[in-house]
Design a protein around this ligand. Structure first.
Ligand SMILES: *[C@@H]1O[C@H](CO)[C@@H](O)[C@H](O)[C@H]1NC(C)=O
Ligand SMILES: *[C@@H]1O[C@H](CO)[C@@H](O)[C@H](O)[C@H]1NC(C)=O
Ligand SMILES: [Fe+2]
Length: 433
């Protein structure tokens, strides 16, 4: 062959290889956690969550039932200038008895400040960083985590990114009734979740119902207490919080959502308090996606969407983040199944790396609201730059390296005219009995 021809053929082959379908990795096995005996009063599974203005809830578990629920903290290592005592709880699940689960709210804390803290008066020192008071703020987002080799890879990548708050749209541990798996998950996420607030909502894998004996989310609620009381909700399954100019609503796919439900009433009440001057960005998380062109879980979100989408639309929600489908998908602004410049951008990010593997099959043709869809493990980063601009990126766990695979600037609806246009509609819905 002529050298030129050889070169051309080589180029052709390499081009064909690079455009060929990305080879999807197999699911990875559930991690093994060696038995590790610690003193029974040693704090384990430490994680933190935002708990109202300038406050943080510190959660940890001790095997010792009489260990105190105190957190000592301060802004220099080893020098604790404040001490707060909280509450504790535990639960039994058939033959399993949980350790003591401590919840202690500390504050008021300064914004964007590193604090050093210690739980229960002993054990190692942890450090956390509080979120900023103003934009910019960065959220890490990954749902359906589980505890496999891929989960570890996703967590490693999130750890490398500079972020302020982790948002988790449901399906945490995949304990699935095996209570000790909640404990191993708590240990797995501790390095990240003790350093930055983790804000979570429930997925189907949190639900551990035993007919006639146990109903619902007992383990999840005991271990992952979120600021529902602080946001006027009567259930840990739905709540809201505000951080640096964003109002974030965590909806519950597994709590009643129709018009006469508590969740719906609470949502109306919560939306009536949103002030877009103070929080120009309005973001919603929910486990089951409403816009999903994957074959997996197709149509499962339809009931909730029919009940609640018009309310979110009237309130000009900017972004809806969901999990459940083990893949990534991003839509254009959409409402009522159609492209709509005043609708929300929907992002499915249930690709944290759980043991069930990826959801590969997509509906064809791709609906016109779907911009990007791919079945790979990964995580998202939402950097809100200012009141009008946010940069969203999705990072695929490509051969264990985070590869930025999708990115887009999102502009908020705050200056779009949508808010003014829908003011009456929103008032009518909010005023309805
Ligand atoms: C998008 O698809 C929907 C449903 O198939 C159709 O009704 C609509 O006209 C399409 N919109 C655009 C802008 O192509
Ligand atoms: C917000 O950030 C975007 C992107 O960096 C920039 O183009 C825009 O001018 C900023 N707006 C304001 C009001 O600062
Ligand atoms: Fe799920």
């Amino acid at each position: 062959m002529e050298p030129k021809l050889v070169l051309a053929v080589c180029l052709l082959i390499s081009a064909a290889v690079s455009v060929a379908d990305y080879v999807r990795p197999q699911p990875r096995r559930t991690l093994q956690f060696p038995w590790d005996s610690k003193p029974s009063s040693y704090p384990q599974q430490v994680h933190i969550s935002l708990a109202g203005d300038n406050h943080m809830r510190v959660t940890w578990i001790t095997n010792d039932k009489s260990s105190p629920s105190i957190v000592e903290y301060g802004t220099s290592p080893g020098r604790y200038t404040s001490t707060t005592e909280g509450e504790s709880t535990h639960y039994k699940y058939l033959f399993y008895s949980s350790g003591m689960i401590h919840h202690t709210v500390i504050g008021p804390l300064e914004h964007a400040t590193v604090y050093f803290y210690r739980c229960g008066g002993q054990g190692p020192e942890f450090q956390l960083k509080t979120p900023p008071a103003q934009f910019p703020i960065t959220f890490a987002v990954a749902g359906d985590l589980g505890q496999t080799g891929w989960t570890k890879s996703t967590l490693d990548h999130i750890d490398r990114c500079k972020y302020d708050v982790h948002l988790l749209p449901g399906d945490l541990s995949y304990a699935d009734y095996m209570q000790h798996r909640w404990d191993t998950f708590g240990e797995l996420v501790q390095p990240l979740a003790s350093a930055r607030p983790w804000m979570v909502t429930e997925g189907n894998h949190e639900k551990e119902t035993i007919p006639f004996i146990m109903d619902g989310f007992e383990s999840y609620n005991a271990r992952w207490k979120m600021p529902f009381e602080e946001s006027g909700s009567s259930s840990n399954l739905y709540y809201s919080f505000e951080v640096a100019g964003t109002h974030i609503i965590m909806l519950g796919s597994y709590a009643d959502y129709d018009e006469d439900s508590d969740q719906y009433r609470w949502l109306k009440d919560d939306l009536s308090k949103v002030d877009r001057e103070r929080t120009p960005w309005l973001i919603v998380l929910v486990h089951v996606p409403w816009y999903n062109s994957n074959e997996a879980h197709q149509g499962e979100g339809d009931g909730m969407m029919a009940a609640m989408e018009s309310l979110l639309y009237a309130a000009s929600v900017d972004i809806v983040l969901a999990g459940h489908v083990h893949a990534y998908e991003r839509t254009k602004r959409v409402n009522n199944g159609k492209l709509d410049p005043c609708g929300a951008v929907h992002i499915t990010i249930g690709d944290g790396g759980n043991k069930e593997g990826l959801a590969h099959r997509y509906k064809s043709p791709q609906p016109n609201w779907s911009v990007f869809r791919e079945a790979s493990f990964g995580h998202g980063e939402l950097k809100i730059v200012n009141s009008t601009h946010a940069f969203w990126s999705w990072h695929r766990n490509d051969d264990d390296e985070p590869v930025k695979s999708d990115q887009v600037w999102v502009t908020s609806l705050v200056n779009s005219g949508c808010l003014a246009e829908k003011r009456h509609e929103l008032r009518n819905i909010l005023m309805a009995p």
